[in-house]
Structure formats: structure tokens, C-alpha cells
Design a protein around this ligand. Structure first.
Ligand SMILES: Cc1ncc(COP(=O)(O)O)c(C=O)c1O
Length: 402
């Protein structure tokens, strides 16, 4: 039994939710609207269909009752909440307020870090498949993305190809890499040895590492998140890491991410860029949301969430493997995303990916085109919904789509 509610189906229409109101309305990104008779099951954009932990609302409301919202500075309570969260969840020691800085979104932070260490036109290393936000934010700012493809091992687990990384870094004079841990959309929670090997490649080639750990709280089953900065002293000083309560607690609409940078040099260079934008300032309600999220209740909520997501993932992966022959899926170890490789199924049925996607979106399975994530024939599916909705989606896929 959960303390918190992960089963109610809450109507998000008209409540500032692109997940439902954006369906059919965000060209190139959102799935098409369903045919009459089918409601939308939002399985695309990376937010969740669960009510968040009540301490967040309580904290925002408590602050909102005070009638002044003037200029402010982040409080000790804010920094201590982050230090405590990182210690308890990730075993981080030695973290101090000076290492932490606000970021107006993880992607904004990624861009500031890139600007500090690369010039437009420079190549940046990224694994593929990759999160569409990286493709846009890195490309939009004039950098050349060089993908090092993840490869599936004999057990179907996505792995980094260290030789390929090393070769591409050398061939392209790369000195900045973006590393996604856990990985969206492949759902890998990298093992310590994998991070160590990757960091060894970056060290050998003098790369600054931008480590996006926004998914680090959403770890499934028995897996464990290893912060990139924790694998060695060199990693601690070569890495600019980003975190946020937004993915964990469904607060993307409030905006409020943060960096952890131990090296004074890296920190100074990143702040030199972000400070000059004069945009990178915290919203007071977002600060209070983080404080509410990182309370003891937030720990309980996230652990319950992880159990719910683990069950959804087990169910969906088993269902797909036993019902949809030709669809390949690796079981995610973190995140709440499934990445369905539809190559074999499309070939066997003479159906294009567009047609397949349309069949799903027609019946309200609002999934996302995997080509946005640099895979030629895949679909990404968000499982952060009450299990009854995931079951409904699978039944519709079985009846109408595959
Ligand atoms: C890997 C990754 N990084 C960053 C973001 C977006 O973060 P923000 O909204 O803080 O820019 C997402 C959202 O899905 C993500 O998956």
C-alpha cells in the first residue's frame, strides 16, 4: 500500500499540461490527436500523470500567503535541502553551498557550460540515441553534434562504445562532451565501471564533461545511480553536473534546476556565461517548491513512485515482448521511458513508422516519434501514468495497432 496516490486518473485538460492539451498542436513534436471516441493517454512528453508530494503545494501556499514577492537571495534552507538530498539519495559528501548554483532549466545550464568551453562551430560529443532537447539546444547554439552510438550487447543492454568515443573525440578535436546519466531515452543507469571508463576517455582527451543527471532520482528495480563526479578526483574536477527536482516531482512548469560544480575554475567559467545573460534568476515559488520537495515526505514519495514505475515497466515490457513480435525493447533501469525499436516489425508488415505511429495516435496512444531521438525507426513511450492507463494503452495497441 502506498502512502501517496499513484492510481487516480486526474484530468489535466485546461491545467497547463502540454501532455494533453498539446496533442495534435505541437508540430514536429507532439503526436496527432485521436479519432472521435478515444481519449488521450499521454505517453510522450517527459512529465508525469501523478499528483506530486503534497509538501510542495503546502510550501508554495505557505509562502504565497505572505503578500510580498520582492527581490531575494536563495536561503540557507534551499542549499541545505539540496545538500541533504544529495547526501541521502546519492551518498554525496563534501558538497557545500558554494558548489551549487541555480539554473533556469538543465538545458539552459548545458548551453551556458558549452558556451564557456566551446566556440560555435566546434564539435561536441553526445551518445545516440539522444534526448531531443540536446539536439535542439546544442544545434541551435551553433555547435556541431558528433554522435557516438550506443550499442546493444548480447543481452540487449545499451552500452557505450569507448573506442568509438575516443576515435571521434580525436578526429573532431572535441573538448566538451555531454553525458546523460541515467540515459534518456535508453533508460540505462550506468554502472560504476562504465562511468569510470567513459571518464577515462574524457580525461585522456582533455574534455570537460557536462553531466546531465536530471533523471538521477528515478531509478528502477535494484539499480543505483552513481554520480559522475563521484567516480574519481579527476571526474569531480572535470565535470559540470546538473540536477533538478522537476523531473523527479513533476515540477517542469515551475522551472528550477541547479548545477553542482566543484572545480573553482569550471564554476567561474560557467558563471561568467550564465551571469551575463541576466536571465538566470530563480523564481521565489520555485525555490519553495524545491524545499517542499526535498522534505522527508519527498523521500517517501519518490521511493513509492519508483516502485510504481518499476511495476509499470515490468508489465509493459512483458506485455510487449509476449504480444508484439518484431518490436524490440530493452528494459529501462531508470527513467520512465520505453524506447521501442520498430525496425523489424515495420519491415515484416510493410508499414512505415509514420503509419504505425498514426495507428497508435488515432486510438489515443499519444506516443512520441523516436526519430526525434536520433533513431531511424523507434517510438518513445512514457509510462508515468496510473497502471490502469498503461494497461489500457497496451490493450488498445493489441486490438488496433500491432
Ligand atoms: C535528459 C534531460 N535533460 C534535460 C531535460 C529538460 O530539463 P529542463 O526542463 O530543466 O531544461 C529533460 C527533459 O525531459 C531530459 O530528459
Amino acid at each position: 500500500m502506498s502512502t501517496y496516490d499513484f492510481t487516480s486518473i486526474i484530468d489535466r485538460h485546461g491545467k497547463d499540461a502540454i501532455a494533453v492539451d498539446g496533442v495534435g498542436r505541437v508540430p514536429g513534436m507532439a503526436p496527432a490527436a485521436p479519432k472521435p471516441g478515444f481519449d488521450v493517454i499521454p505517453m510522450w512528453v517527459a512529465d508525469m500523470n501523478f499528483p506530486t508530494v503534497p509538501t510542495i503545494q503546502e510550501e508554495i501556499i505557505r509562502r504565497a500567503q505572505h503578500p510580498m514577492f520582492g527581490y531575494f537571495q536563495p536561503t540557507d534552507e534551499y542549499f541545505n535541502a539540496i545538500i541533504d538530498w544529495q547526501r541521502t539519495r546519492n551518498g554525496v559528501t563534501g558538497l557545500a553551498a558554494e558548489h551549487i548554483g541555480y539554473e533556469n532549466g538543465v538545458l539552459g545550464g548545458v548551453v551556458s557550460a558549452l558556451k564557456a568551453f566551446a566556440t560555435p562551430g566546434d564539435a561536441v560529443l553526445l551518445h545516440s540515441p539522444t534526448y531531443i532537447g540536446f539536439t535542439h539546444s546544442i544545434g541551435d547554439n551553433g555547435y556541431r553534434i558528433v554522435h557516438s552510438p550506443l550499442v546493444r550487447d548480447a543481452d540487449g543492454v545499451w552500452r557505450m562504445d569507448f573506442d568509438d568515443m575516443d576515435r571521434k573525440i580525436k578526429e573532431n578535436n572535441i573538448h566538451v562532451a555531454v553525458f546523460c546519466s541515467p540515459h534518456n531515452p535508453c533508460g540505462r543507469v550506468w554502472e560504476r565501471w562504465e562511468i569510470e571508463r567513459a571518464m577515462e576517455v574524457y580525461r585522456a582527451n582533455d574534455c570537460v564533461v557536462i553531466s546531465d543527471e536530471i533523471w538521477s532520482d528515478i531509478i528502477l528495480g535494484g539499480h543505483k545511480h552513481i554520480p559522475t563526479q563521484s567516480v574519481s578526483d579527476d571526474a569531480r574536477n572535470r565535470t559540470i553536473a546538473f540536477y533538478a527536482p522537476s523531473k523527479t516531482f513533476n515540477l517542469a512548469g515551475l522551472v528550477g534546476s541547479y548545477h553542482i560544480i566543484y572545480s573553482e575554475y569550471l564554476r567561474d567559467r560557467v558563471l561568467a556565461v550564465s551571469g551575463k545573460t541576466h536571465y538566470n534568476a530563480m523564481n521565489v515559488l520555485s525555490m519553495h517548491a524545491l524545499i517542499g520537495a526535498y522534505r522527508p515526505e519527498g523521500h517517501v514519495w519518490v521511493d513509492e513512485l519508483r516502485a510504481v514505475l518499476t511495476e509499470n515497466v515490468e508489465y509493459a515490457v512483458d506485455y510487449i515482448r509476449s504480444h508484439f513480435e518484431g518490436i524490440r525493447v530493452a528494459k529501462p533501469e531508470g527513467t520512465y521511458m520505453l524506447f521501442l525499436d520498430c525496425t523489424d516489425w515495420c519491415a515484416a508488415h510493410g508499414v512505415t513508422l509514420e503509419e504505425l505511429e498514426k495507428r497508435g495516435s488515432d486510438v489515443g496512444v499519444a506516443w512520441q516519434d523516436g526519430r526525434q531521438f536520433q533513431h531511424p525507426c523507434a517510438i518513445r513511450m512514457n509510462l508515468a501514468l496510473p497502471k490502469s492507463r498503461v494497461e489500457e494503452a497496451m490493450h488498445r495497441l493489441s486490438e488496433y495497432v500491432f
